[in-house]
Design a protein around this ligand. Structure first.
Ligand SMILES: C[S@@+](CC[C@H](N)C(=O)[O-])C[C@H]1O[C@@H](n2cnc3c(N)ncnc32)[C@H](O)[C@@H]1O
Length: 272
């Protein structure tokens, strides 16, 4: 029988969610204490987000909801969706403590329209979201189903070119992983996590898929969306290549030659 990739990944996320909530990198206590505070991820994209006041938004793969709550603070009526029950339970607790009226729903991304309906003004997603999904074309069709005509997809994601490099080879740049989407996932063993956290974990296996820039744009266009923005950045909000990056204002950049490699991108598209 085929392995259930989702079950493997859900176990990884469920176990890490409480550690992430306690990590200084997610700054949960600061978010609760200061009602004007935004997550670093949302703050970074403020110049591109536009006016969200009064808009109805859904945040796909919201994890513990720090970005979802930040979008709510920009005036949007927000729903957060994630397949990890632990993440959703923690997100609800943080929102309650922060006094943020945000709805959190536990569901798989591909089942989102069945779980939350449609007619959203915008779909927000990214920062380590797409890589957990096998089929980007199916994801784009799901996004289109969630949006009302004229509604907007807003995503910022780790750049697939960055993710193709071997993280363990700090002496030279070695291409190790696929750039283009492949039918089978990469199998990884990651005992720790991507933020500063003290905890030890039992579930270390995870499965991920790459989606090239062309794969993503083709999928978005084929789903009936019109591309309205594509910007590449020389930074990413997590330490993707330990030993080769430095942190500045919540973003990680290459120490040497940051002009040589895109590390993330912001994409926007509108449903016609
Ligand atoms: C790195 S987080 C991205 C969220 C956000 N950038 C953050 O850091 O808070 C990835 C999230 O995707 C969720 N996820 C992975 N596969 C999923 C799926 N098939 N359906 C819904 N959520 C999924 C995980 O549970 C996790 O919370």
């Amino acid at each position: 029988m085929d392995e259930d990739h989702y079950a493997v990944n859900r176990a990884w996320w469920d176990e890490r969610a409480p550690a992430h909530a306690g990590s200084p990198d997610y700054a949960v206590q600061e978010l609760i204490a200061d009602p004007t505070r935004l997550s670093d991820v949302v703050r970074f994209d403020l110049p591109r987000l536009g006016d969200l006041n009064g808009k109805r938004g859904i945040h796909l793969q919201c994890h513990i909801g720090t970005d979802t709550i930040s979008l709510h603070r920009l005036g949007a009526a927000m729903t957060g969706l994630d397949f990890s029950p632990e993440s959703i339970a923690i997100a609800r607790g943080i929102a309650a403590a922060a006094g943020a009226d945000v709805v959190f729903v536990q569901a798989d991304v591909y089942s989102a329209p069945a779980a939350v309906g449609s007619g959203f003004d915008f779909v927000f997603t990214g920062i380590g979201a797409l890589g957990w999904l096998p089929d980007v074309a199916r994801w784009a069709r799901t996004v289109a189903e969630l949006l009302r005509p004229g509604g907007r997809l807003f995503m910022r994601e780790g750049h697939p070119m960055l993710l193709a490099f071997d993280v363990e080879r700090t002496d030279e740049w070695v291409l190790r992983y696929p750039y283009f989407e492949q039918p089978e996932p990469g199998h990884f063993d990651l005992a720790g996590t991507y933020v500063d956290a003290e905890a030890e974990f039992n579930h270390t296996q995870l499965r991920e898929w790459s989606h090239g820039v062309g794969d993503v744009i083709t999928a978005v266009l084929a789903a009936g969306l019109e591309l309205t923005m594509f910007v590449e950045h020389d930074s990413v909000p997590w330490e993707a290549l330990p030993g080769r990056m430095h942190r500045d204002d919540g973003e990680w950049r290459l120490i040497e030659h940051p002009e040589r490699l895109p590390l993330s991108y912001t994409l926007q598209a509108v449903k016609r």
